[in-house]
Design a protein around this ligand. Structure first.
Ligand code: NI
Length: 137
């Protein structure tokens, strides 16, 4: 039987969305508050969905302790209390937008979790604004 397990986690991080090829005015128009020159923080909340077959012997889908440790090592240790533009390599060539961060989290977790499971990530930048990756359509 297939099912999905969910684990919540969070990290605090700073970022700035800015395109050096654009004027300050265009950056401000496109990125709004997230273009603030001296960076700013968000409390990111994430939900990780792991889907697969329930083990008929243990009744488990995936070891929750292992999932917790993987999220800590790959995401929290990497991003928590960091400036995403400056402190991590991941956003050297892409904007640290919620969309791209969710994509990156999915990529980092997928590299650590057996491919017989499928991974889905929801990332909330604010209480009301979030992203889901992969897309459902
Ligand atoms: Ni922002």
């Amino acid at each position: 039987m297939r099912t999905t397990m969910i684990r919540k986690a969070h990290f605090n991080a700073a970022h700035r969305l800015h395109n050096t090829e654009w004027s300050d005015e265009k950056n401000k128009t496109v990125f709004g508050l997230c273009n603030s020159p001296n960076y700013h923080g968000h409390n990111y909340n994430m939900e990780v969905y792991v889907s697969g077959e329930i083990d008929p012997v243990t009744g488990y889908l995936f070891d929750l302790k292992l999932l917790k440790d993987i999220i800590k090592e790959e995401i929290e240790d990497r991003y928590d209390h960091k400036n995403l533009n400056v402190d991590v390599e991941d956003y050297k060539d892409i904007q640290p937008s919620t969309e791209n961060i969710a994509y990156m989290i999915h990529k980092l977790l997928s590299a650590r979790i057996d491919s017989k499971y499928s991974i889905r990530v929801k990332l909330w930048e604010t209480e009301r604004n979030g992203v889901e990756y992969p897309s459902r359509d």
